[in-house]
Design a binder for this molecule. Structure first.
Ligand code: NAD
Length: 524
């Protein structure tokens, strides 16, 4: 993000600070579906960020002391509030993101599910562990491992899923016993603020959960003050966050960009593959880190697959949507992003690609880009090598699965991917895709399988969300070594004498040797 110099950040100029230079005083939020301003939100200064973190830090010990069940009790109240207020949440979300109702409605249900997921599994994932000592020299010890939270977790989140990617990470952090402060994207600050406000005033939750607003300066101040940073956003900003966190040796978990491949084998159910490609590529207007962006199709299936995909994408309804499910594809949430999408498509078309459907920005008051299928593309084009993050897929014909894999893995990203084909063959190919999660005969679904970890390989990130790692990362490991019985001194302590050291040496030799001769202290 470039440094903002304006007094206001507006949804249409997209200015955003990087922590240097004059930062804006307030954020003006726009509705991307109409271009109209909605509301202005005051920016939180670095001093206010420090004060907010200090305040929740002061309450964190009591929160931790409540234990897993006590915290689940409060998070359960948050779940109930979210379920009871879905319509209100969706209205705000649609206003600030331009999403269609169906896409927006994924977020509250995800949050409710993840509260229950971690609430009922936290004891298993981060409960105290009893460990048997591995050596007879430790026979008098009781070994325990306890997982203690990083006291304050800071979350910096993007605009494409304003709640899933902020509160969705706050939930396991809170369940682990941490206090949490979130800095949402400057493009979508409203929905999150509403829920945090409800936590404080309607639910009456403990004062361990707050939000700060702003761009680079606010984000940087959060990094400086917390004990752990969970960042979701572009790899470009992720590098800055990691560099800043290095100054205070603050651990980070980074969920970054993707350029997800789909491989379609000749023996795939081509109707299912084409429908999946259309949904996986266009859902949320393609603004998903795990969107299908590149498709490689085995030669015998190529023509039929492309025809089916083009027909499916060509009939998608696009435009502003209220509650009636009148459209499938909504607006581009960030005004910067529609420019990037346009640039990638124009670059491809200029280099010989063809748009079988779509291909340009929609001439309307909102920020819309037509759902687009490109063919005759190759990896020299931005649309096949850089993250497009819009409703665009590029399709390439490949000789066989080997060529498909070579191309699929030819990327600096490695977030997720999918393979369509006969079950066994598709699974074999899927296991060779270089990424953090791969779906066989489905797309995107791994995100909702919170049982398994999700995280990026290569430049798509560091760390995981979901599953056991998704809560354990918010904890520090404390090993507790308890002496069960003991004399006045241990054989390893002073004084060092031949007989005491000899005894220790003989036990260690007997334990470490793997053959009888050596166990008895002889050479092999
Ligand atoms: P972004 O990197 O521009 O911004 C992300 C967040 O960082 C925002 O809150 C922003 O205000 C903040 N920020 C900007 N400069 C900062 C700085 N110097 N210090 C601290 N914070 C700073 O990303 P975006 O445009 O909001 O989101 C789109 C990107 O997010 C895409 O690359 C997408 O792939 C990625 N993403 C990844 C995942 C995942 O789980 N891997 C999920 C969703 C989105």
């Amino acid at each position: 993000m470039e440094s903002g110099t304006a007094e206001k950040i507006t949804g249409t100029n997209g200015s955003a600070g990087n922590g240097s230079g004059a930062e804006p005083q307030q954020i003006e939020v726009h509705n991307p579906a109409t271009g109209e301003p909605i509301e202005a939100v005051p920016v939180t200064s670095p001093e206010e960020v420090a004060a907010t973190v200090a305040r929740v830090r002061a309450n964190q010990a009591d929160w931790e002391a409540m234990g897993i069940e006590g915290r689940y009790h409060w998070l359960g109240k948050l779940r109930d509030w979210i379920l009871d207020n879905q319509e209100r949440i969706l209205d705000t979300m649609q206003r600030e993101t331009g999403k269609v109702r169906a896409d927006a409605s994924n977020e509250p249900v995800y949050l409710a599910d993840i509260i229950n997921f971690y609430g009922t599994r936290a004891a298993k994932f981060i409960g105290e562990e009893a460990v048997r000592p591995h050596s007879p020299l430790l026979a008098s010890k009781k070994l325990r491992v306890q997982y203690r939270p990083h006291p304050v977790v800071g979350i910096i989140s993007p605009w494409n899923f304003p709640l899933i990617l902020s509160i969705g990470d706050a939930i396991p952090a809170l369940q682990a016993g941490a206090a949490v402060v979130i800095k949402p994207s400057e493009f979508t600050p409203l929905g999150l603020a509403e829920i945090v406000d409800a936590w404080k005033h309607e639910i009456g939750g403990p004062d361990v959960f707050d939000v700060v607003q702003g761009v680079g300066e606010t984000g940087g101040a959060l990094v400086d003050n917390v004990d752990f940073i969970q960042f979701t956003g572009s790899d470009r900003t992720g590098r800055k966050v990691m560099a800043r966190a290095a100054e205070t040796l603050t651990p980070v978990s980074l969920e970054l960009g993707g350029k997800d491949p789909m491989i379609v084998l000749a023996d795939a159910d081509l109707d299912r593959a084409a429908n999946a490609a259309a949904w996986g590529g266009m859902m949320n207007s393609g603004q998903i880190c795990m969107s299908v962006e590149r498709i490689y199709v085995e030669e015998p299936a190529y023509d039929r697959f492309v025809a089916k995909l083009t027909a499916e994408v060509g009939k998608l309804r696009q435009g502003p949507d209220a509650t009636g499910h009148d459209a499938e594809v909504g607006a581009m949430t960030s005004p910067n992003q529609i420019g990037i999408v346009e640039d990638h498509v124009d670059d491809a078309l200029a280099a010989g690609a063809r748009a079988l459907t779509g291909g340009k920005r929609v001439d309307s008051p909102g920020d819309y880009f037509e759902p687009t299928v490109l063919v005759d593309v190759d990896h020299s084009m931005k649309v096949m090598s850089e993250e497009t993050f819009g409703p665009v897929v590029g399709v390439m014909k490949v000789r066989d699965a080997e060529e498909a894999l070579k191309l699929a893995n030819d990327s600096r990203y490695g977030l997720s991917g999918s393979v369509f084909g006969e079950k066994q063959r598709a699974e074999q190919v899927a296991r060779r895709v270089e990424c953090g999660a791969v779906n066989v005969n489905d797309v995107l679904v791994n995100y909702f399988a919170s049982d398994v970890p999700m995280g990026g390989w290569k430049e798509s990130g560091i760390g995981y969300r979901h599953g056991e790692p998704g809560i354990k990362k918010f904890c520090r490991t404390e090993s507790v070594v308890i002496t069960r019985f003991a004399g006045k001194r241990e054989p390893t302590w002073y004084p060092y004498t031949r007989s005491r050291r000899g005894l220790v040496g003989r036990i260690a030799q007997a334990f470490n040797a793997r053959d009888l001769k050596r166990r008895l202290g002889r050479r092999g």
